[in-house]
Design a protein around this ligand. Structure first.
Ligand code: ATP
Ligand code: MG
Length: 642
């Protein structure tokens, strides 16, 4: 027993030893919340207060649930359930189904988007894949928020949702989706939760049996609970209060999906007799990483009371976090891969290294860089680039294109135009990710033609095949590539936070919406706090090598890169506003960089019209100049720990 308590600080110990009843641990990242709850479960079991089989511990992702199970095993606790909300509900429903619903057991909706597509076509609404994905997200939000179709429009407007279609249309679509699903006797994941809650609420016999079975409830990452999950939790409790929750309001990163930290922050009000513990000591990261994490979150706006926790690093000093700026993404990725190589040579295990990014489409360039350095990797929480549906579809389209009018990048762009590569990026999350993947293929074409002048489409397709092949088979042990969302609750010795530019971090559609920007900031906080020792933050001012699309580094970096930092060193390019960095002749109409001698002579792209009204051109020039001024950034320094 003492051994179990030995590795705990006094506050953690207070939470572990608290008598059965409501316990709330409100604490920052890396302070030992997950450790505390797993020790608490072990403690209660060892003391005989509860049998492992009576414990139900839940969290939100499979990986986080797996992490809990591993830790419980290492504490010699066997037989306690540590699963996701959905897995718990699915298991219970399977058991209660014959009594509460009867008839054949449910089938899960295989591809929700297809059912939404059928519902949309019945209603004569657009059925284009991107639109459907965003609409599916809205239906999920409504169900997670316990909204019926009728209640959706008013609630969406109250929540100021950035909705992909008029609310009335979404309401009808949601109702039709439910109808089609019921007709086919299908359930989606949210239905599993709804039916579980209803079974316990409405059937006294089932509820009693359940209550005899489970007596002790634990929730990790409670800041991300949705109203639907909270309803299930309340149904599980059935008026009892043997509930331990842990969470960090600063790590709420699913509010777009209906999650809210309020149940965590209001826990003590709901259970006045609760043992509430705050943890401030950070055991995960070096003081250098902890200081940076505190800096990221101290600028957060609208932080609810109870979330203002300052982390105090407990580990010995480590290297200063490194900030690096690059001209383009391939250079950024190559540098990350080289740095990883050095870490591997120094004895850091590949599984102790992670590259974290905001959107899954960013993985491609890192997959290439790691593969070219022979570094094993695995992609978490997203598909590998060449396995993504839109990339596979694009490759089929490219192969089928045959003989086509222009330069390789132009050809690729025009073929991909047929599979969804619009000129302007879509605003929706998933649509934007697919658009980014397609754009990444055009950029690969740009790179390829620069390396192999005169390369044609068949050669490019062959190159893509080679690259796709190089990504197989998936490795089991390697450097982790993951989105920031997928990284929550996990930790690595070395973390590379890449692509920290405006439009990606914060994501473009968050711009101008303070609450969304704040959620992006919390995502950055989650990312920073994953690192135990080595932390690298980087960004590239253009996407493709030699590209002209200059981007600004993320707004979040300004407050993190103080010029008087002792480790700061002025970089060669410091102080030069990105927009002025490379002055190449540009088209007077569309402002694209001109490469071909003939276009340079004409002063415009060959494809741009020669007869554009001078007045219009002048107003365009003024608009661009204003935008350039707006984009200028003050002089800055780049840290290195050299
Ligand atoms: P997150 O908010 O990211 O989920 P957390 O609060 O759940 O973080 P843990 O993952 O439980 O934090 O702990 C972070 C790290 O610190 C783990 O490696 C854990 O083993 C270690 N740790 C926690 N408490 C202590 C302690 N008292 N002594 C030594 N190490 C500890
Ligand atoms: Mg945790």
């Amino acid at each position: 027993m003492e051994a179990l308590l030995e590795g705990l600080d006094p506050e953690q110990r207070a939470a572990v030893e608290a008598p059965r009843g409501p316990v709330c641990v409100l604490a920052g990242a890396g302070t030992g919340k997950t450790r505390t709850i797993t020790h608490r479960i072990a403690y209660l079991c060892q003391r005989g207060h509860v049998a492992p089989s009576q414990v139900l511990a839940v969290t939100f992702t499979k990986r986080a649930a797996g992490e809990m199970r591993t830790r419980l095993r290492s504490l010699d606790v066997h037989g306690a359930q540590a699963v996701t909300f959905h897995a718990a509900a699915s298991r219970q429903l399977r058991y209660f189904w014959p009594r509460v619903i009867g008839g054949p057991r449910w089938e899960l909706v295989d591809q929700k988007i297809r059912v939404v597509g059928r519902a949309a076509s019945r209603l004569g609404l657009p059925t284009e894949a991107d639109a459907l994905r965003d609409l599916t997200g809205e239906i999920e939000w409504a169900k997670s928020s316990l909204l019926t179709p009728d209640a959706y429009p008013a609630a969406a407007s109250r929540a100021a949702r950035d909705i992909p279609a008029p609310a009335e249309q979404i309401m009808k679509l949601y109702a039709m989706y439910e109808q089609l699903k019921n007709e086919a006797q299908l359930l989606d994941f949210d239905d599993l939760l709804l039916h579980t809650a209803a079974a316990l609420e409405d059937n006294a016999e089932v509820a009693q049996e359940f209550r005899d079975r489970y007596r002790c409830f634990v929730v990790d990452e409670y800041q991300d609970v949705t109203p639907l999950q909270q309803r299930v939790l309340d149904a599980w409790l059935g008026g009892r209060d043997d509930l331990t929750v842990v969470g960090d309001a600063n790590q709420t990163i699913y509010s777009f999906a209906g999650a809210s930290p309020q149940p965590l922050l209001n826990f003590a009000r709901r259970f006045p007799e609760a043992v509430v513990v705050r943890l401030e000591r950070d055991y995960r990261s070096t003081p250098q990483v902890v200081a940076l994490a505190n800096d990221v979150i101290k600028w957060a706006r609208g932080r609810p009371a109870g979330s203002r926790l300052n982390l105090i690093g407990q580990r010995p000093d480590g290297p200063a976090p490194r900030f690096h700026e690059f001209d383009d993404e391939p250079a950024e990725a190559d540098s990350v891969a080289r740095r990883i190589k050095t870490l591997l040579d120094d004895g850091v295990a590949a599984s102790e290294i992670a590259i974290l990014y905001r959107v899954n489409a960013q993985s491609e360039v890192y997959e290439q860089a790691l593969a070219s350095h022979g570094i094993p990797y695995l992609v978490r929480g997203g598909e590998r680039f060449f396995e993504r549906a839109e990339v596979r579809q694009a490759m089929i389209a490219l192969r089928a294109a045959g003989e086509v009018s222009g330069s390789l990048p132009e050809v690729v762009r025009s073929v991909l135009g047929r599979v969804g590569l619009t000129d302007d990026p879509p605003t929706g999350g998933s649509a934007r990710e697919r658009w980014e993947s397609l754009l990444a293929l055009v950029e690969l074409a740009e790179e390829f033609v620069a390396a192999v002048p005169g390369a044609d489409l068949p050669r490019f397709c062959a190159e893509l095949d080679v690259r796709a092949e190089a990504q197989h088979p998936p490795t089991v042990e390697g450097v982790t590539l993951a989105s920031l969302h997928a990284s929550k609750g996990l930790e690595w010795d070395a973390v590379f936070l890449v692509g920290l530019v405006e439009g990606t971090m914060p994501i473009q559609y968050a711009d101008g919406d303070e609450s969304k920007v704040e959620e992006e900031r919390r995502l950055l906080y989650v990312g920073v706090t994953r690192a135990r020792e080595h932390l690298w933050l980087s960004w590239a001012l253009s996407r493709a090598a030699g590209g002209r699309k200059y981007r600004r580094r993320s707004r979040f970096l300004y407050s993190l890169v103080p010029e008087n930092h002792p480790a700061a060193r002025v970089s060669a390019g410091a102080g030069r506003p990105p927009l002025m960095k490379k002055e190449k002749p540009t088209c007077r109409v569309c402002a694209a960089t001109l490469v071909e001698a003939q276009s340079v002579k004409l002063g415009r792209c060959k494809s741009c019209p020669s007869d554009v009204d001078e007045e219009l051109l002048e107003s365009l020039r003024q608009w661009r100049a204003a935008r350039a001024r707006e984009l200028k950034v003050p002089a800055y320094v780049v840290f290195t720990d050299a």
